[in-house]
Design a protein around this ligand. Structure first.
Ligand code: GDP
Ligand code: MG
Length: 177
């Protein structure tokens, strides 16, 4: 019974940002429901999904917000960023442009979000290794320079998705506890 009436110690809002079609919604589906859909349509209606997990014997509810197709530059509103303590900034490792746009997303994020926000740079779609267009070294170097965590993932194959979210959540936990 306790499972249903679990006391939540913390609620952490995390936002997903990055160009359209990089795999934000599928990363969220993988983390929140362990699902994946190859033909995912642009997200409609649903603002966020949650997953409750345990960190350091505390019950943490991750409330993860997904853009509803507002990825055009500057179309994401400040309400989206409000209260966010973490961000997953996603690019597609097969699409150079989605990586080139990371600087813009970072600028927008830093303009709207709390200055202590924990940010993870995520290079998604590593299962498409033969189409690799952004070197891990470039991305890692950029992340270090900008003080971001960095991980390469595949929502399709479920590679590093869990650890990417858990790293952000644990780091947020360390800063608030
Ligand atoms: P969003 O616009 O950033 O939310 O991107 P979506 O999550 O809707 O994904 C866009 C497309 O990329 C969809 O066809 C997904 O099935 C596909 N996709 C997402 N993640 C992966 C991945 O890790 N590997 C591969 N091969 N395709 C992916
Ligand atoms: Mg989406």
């Amino acid at each position: 019974h306790g499972d249903f009436n679990q006391n939540i110690d913390y609620v952490f809002k995390i936002v997903l940002i990055g160009d359209s079609a990089v795999g934000k919604s599928q990363l969220l589906a993988r983390f929140a429901r362990n699902e994946f859909n190859l033909d995912s349509k642009a997200t409609i209606g649903v603002e966020f999904q949650t997953r409750t997990l345990s960190i350091d014997h505390k019950t943490v509810k991750a409330q993860i917000w997904d853009t509803a197709g507002q990825e055009r530059y500057r179309a994401v509103t400040s309400a989206y960023y409000r209260g966010a303590v973490g961000a997953m900034l996603v690019y597609d490792i097969t699409k150079r442009q989605s990586f080139d746009h990371v600087v813009r997303w970072l600028e927008e994020l830093r303009g709207h979000a709390d200055k202590n926000i924990v940010i993870m740079l995520v290079g998604n779609k590593t299962d498409l290794g033969h189409l690799w267009n952004v070197s891990s070294e470039d991305a890692k170097e950029f992340a270090e320079r900008e003080n971001l965590y960095f991980m390469e993932t595949s929502a399709l194959e479920s590679t590093n998705v869990e650890i990417a979210f858990n790293t952000v959540l644990t780091e947020i936990y360390r800063t608030v506890s």
